[in-house]
Design a protein around this ligand. Structure first.
Ligand code: GDP
Ligand code: ADP
Ligand code: 5GP
Length: 210
């Protein structure tokens, strides 16, 4: 398989572990990374912006898009549907950009099957109590939705071994630094550097010593 110059990163976590906060902190550092905006049937939270956090769509619209094969992957998570735009990903990958998907473990499995080079990162909370506290403090989901998310946490955490990297999000600053390190190290892999700096490396390798 040929190596594409861009990287596809996937980040998953049980709800409330801090995946979205980590990604926000990462993007604020000015790192050159494009975030895929998923389609979802979940209602928008108070601070969420349509087209920025998610494309919020109806169940009918979601099913229509599924029929049209618009999604690279899709899954039902905590009772709502989520999907990643195939066209957006293809355009981004072809242009050599690094992209990041915030998707659940079912979605990660589907993308890995299509794109084996994906680099996968799993975020864990420091404890189940901390997870519960964060979900309650976030206060963005109904009590029923919080209960559903907590009940699903163990099942989601069970997938941790399928991932390339694990971050334990105890202190947000430390965890976001770790996320940045993973991305930087992956960018420096020889195969990626050969793809990105093809002409420079060819030139350097072919220099004849006088
Ligand atoms: P939060 O992660 O607790 O803030 O809750 P969200 O409602 O934003 O996300 C719910 C779940 O859906 C999480 O596990 C996300 O990773 C996952 N998710 C979000 N977008 C996608 C997507 O496009 N595809 C898949 N498969 N999962 C997604
Ligand atoms: P996810 O996207 O994984 O569901 P969020 O990023 O929305 O998680 O974080 C859930 C809640 O926990 C938010 O209210 C967030 O501010 C808080 N949070 C995230 N990381 C930490 C941390 N390291 N310490 C304390 N609170 C955190
Ligand atoms: P929330 O509703 O709290 O934003 O997200 C709940 C879960 O859905 C999170 O674990 C999130 O990663 C996942 N999720 C969000 N978008 C997608 C998506 O496009 N595909 C899949 N498979 N999961 C998603």
């Amino acid at each position: 398989m040929t190596t594409t110059p861009g990287n596809l990163f996937i980040i998953s976590a049980p709800s409330g572990a801090g995946k979205t906060s980590l990604v926000k902190a990462l993007l604020q550092t000015g790192i050159d990374l494009s975030l895929s905006v998923s389609y979802t049937t979940r209602p928008a939270r108070a601070e969420e912006v349509d087209g920025q956090d998610y494309h919020f769509i109806s169940r009918e619209d979601f099913e229509q898009r599924q029929k049209q094969d618009d999604f690279l992957e899709s899954a039902q998570v905590y009772g709502n549907f989520y999907g990643t735009s195939k066209k957006w990903i293809n355009d981004a990958i072809t242009s050599g950009r690094d992209i990041l998907l915030e998707i659940d473990s079912q979605g990660a499995q589907q993308v890995r099957r299509i794109f084996a080079q994906a680099v996968t990162i799993f975020v864990l909370p420091p404890s189940l109590d901390a997870l519960e506290m964060r979900l309650r403090r976030r206060a963005q989901d109904s009590l029923e939705a919080i209960g559903r998310r907590l009940a699903a946490a163990r099942e989601e955490i069970n997938h941790v071994r399928e991932y390339d990297y694990v971050i334990i999000n105890e202190k947000l600053d430390d965890a976001s630094q770790e996320l940045r390190c993973i991305i930087q190290a992956e960018r420096l892999r020889t195969a990626k550097q050969l793809a990105r700096h093809h002409s420079l490396i060819t030139q350097l390798v072919n220099i004849s010593v006088p």
